[in-house]
Design a protein. Sequence first.
Length: 198
Amino acid sequence: MSTSVVATPVANKPTEFSDEERAALAELHKRLPEVFESAAKQTTKPVEKAIWGVPLEPSLNDPRTDVVLVKFLRARTLDADAAAKMLADTLQWRSDFEINALLDEEFPEDIFKNIGVVYGKDRRGRPVTYNFYGSPECKEGFKDIERFLRWRIQLMEKGVRQLDFVNVADMVQVHDYDGVGIFSYDRNARTASRETIK
């Protein structure tokens, strides 16, 4: 069986930051009005000043806010300008994609329950998402790329929303490629993978 597990190393507590992270966080705080304005200019839909149920306005004094903002900073090696752009693009994309409405969408269970599921937690309390890319249902799931992407994003959102961002701020992804070979990975599968990564 070919399985890969990707887990982000975690600090003792998600709310503990290095001095460098605190300095970058202060810079990102200053840029948040520009972030919200930039996101709003890129879409015709309302932009929520929150992500994964966490408000992004530091004035609300929610400890989860800084944990989420530091995730963007770490993704851009603590470059506040790059993190601000990434955050604005993310808020715009979430608005255009209508993420909150997506959480209520229903997908054919006979297809998707065997492709991926959020199930249980690891020893650190992180939710675990299992993805079975060798299941027979994958071929059917990949036929409609837009539907597959909406389902896959919903699956991730459901996993992330299990995080409290105070004690647990990471999740575990298990990708099971058992049964996947060079010839079984058809055009639809390649397109679905490429679009998911994008």
